[in-house]
Design a protein around this ligand. Structure first.
Ligand SMILES: [Zn+2]
Length: 307
């Protein structure tokens, strides 16, 4: 406590403005149309955390690890079958340790036409480790996923959406096309760093469109699921229907060890039936969406810098 840090009510304007401007939403990248004349883009994502949630907290007892193992053993095959039925490419965000524990799984995602993207090394909390450790783990995770799948990841989702003050610089150093950890919009946008455009696309997420807060349960704590699966279905249907009405993006985040259970897969299946009943839907990976909106923005941007 040698440095005197004033409390927020004493901050001067450059201080509070500086915090907000470090990483902020820039121009909207919402396109005027989706490929093939689709009215809505549907970005399904699965964070294949498996055992890494307990591992990153040094919870090494078999009980918690088995709950994660269920994701790989039961959840993933069910999810792949459902996606295949709907011909829906999706994005799988995979911690490198998870990919190494279940060798073959990450490659099988790519073989099924899905995307594999970054989700940390061992699901570490980026805001609780040194900047250099975050960088080294992210680079090592990128190399590991590339080795296992034959494809270099182009996107990142920070574990637990824990976005540190250094995450964006690491994302840019890796030359990634997009991030999917922030919540400033429903539609894709460009990230600003210190007020400057970065060219990095944000595919925004929200806890509303995440299975974890509805279903997680802690035996020895007060955390209990607060929404029945059919209640979640009704929220997600409304989210999709409004995205459809607006001609926008419907993005969903799920976890094989959470959504992969029978009563919840029944609900996900019903949701996809509801979506696929529309003929003008573009199921796409996060990478496909990021690349498409960047192309659209480049194609329609005014040529103001032409001499
Ligand atoms: Zn995760």
């Amino acid at each position: 406590m040698s440095e005197q840090t004033p409390p927020p009510w004493q901050w001067d304007e450059p201080t509070w403005r500086g915090h907000v401007d470090r990483v902020r939403a820039g121009r909207s990248l919402s396109p005027s149309t989706w490929p093939g004349g689709a009215r809505v883009a549907v970005a399904l994502s699965f964070d294949s955390d498996h055992e890494t949630i307990p591992l990153r907290d040094a919870e090494t007892l078999p009980g918690k690890l088995a709950q994660g193992e269920y994701g790989a053993r039961v959840g993933v095959p069910r999810i792949l079958r459902l996606l295949q039925r709907h011909q829906a490419p999706a994005s799988f965000f995979v911690p490198a340790v998870s990919a190494l524990l279940h060798e073959g799984e990450a490659a099988s995602y790519v073989e099924h036409g899905h995307e594999v993207a970054l989700h940390g090394w061992i699901h570490e909390r980026n805001t609780q480790i040194p900047a250099e450790a975050e960088r080294e783990l992210t680079l090592r995770a990128a190399d590991t996923l590339e080795r296992l799948t034959g494809t270099r990841p182009v996107g990142i989702r920070t574990p637990s959406w824990d976005f540190s003050p250094h995450t964006l610089a690491i994302t840019r150093e890796l030359g990634l096309v997009y991030d999917s950890s922030l919540m400033a919009d429903d539609e894709p946008y460009e990230l600003l760093a210190g007020g400057e455009p970065t060219g990095v696309v944000e595919i925004p997420v929200e806890w509303i469109r995440d299975d974890a807060p509805y279903f997680m349960m802690e035996r020895f704590g007060s955390l209990r699921p607060y929404t029945p699966p059919r209640g979640v279905l009704s929220i997600w249907k409304d989210e999709f229907d409004q995205a459809y009405a607006e001609g926008g993006l419907f993005q969903l985040t799920m976890h094989p060890h959470i959504i992969g259970h029978r009563s919840r897969m029944a609900v996900l299946s019903e949701l996809l039936e509801h979506i696929s009943a529309r003929s003008d839907v573009w199921y796409a990976t996060h990478a496909q969406i990021a690349e498409y909106v960047l192309d659209q923005a480049a194609g329609t941007a005014p040529q103001e810098k032409t001499p």
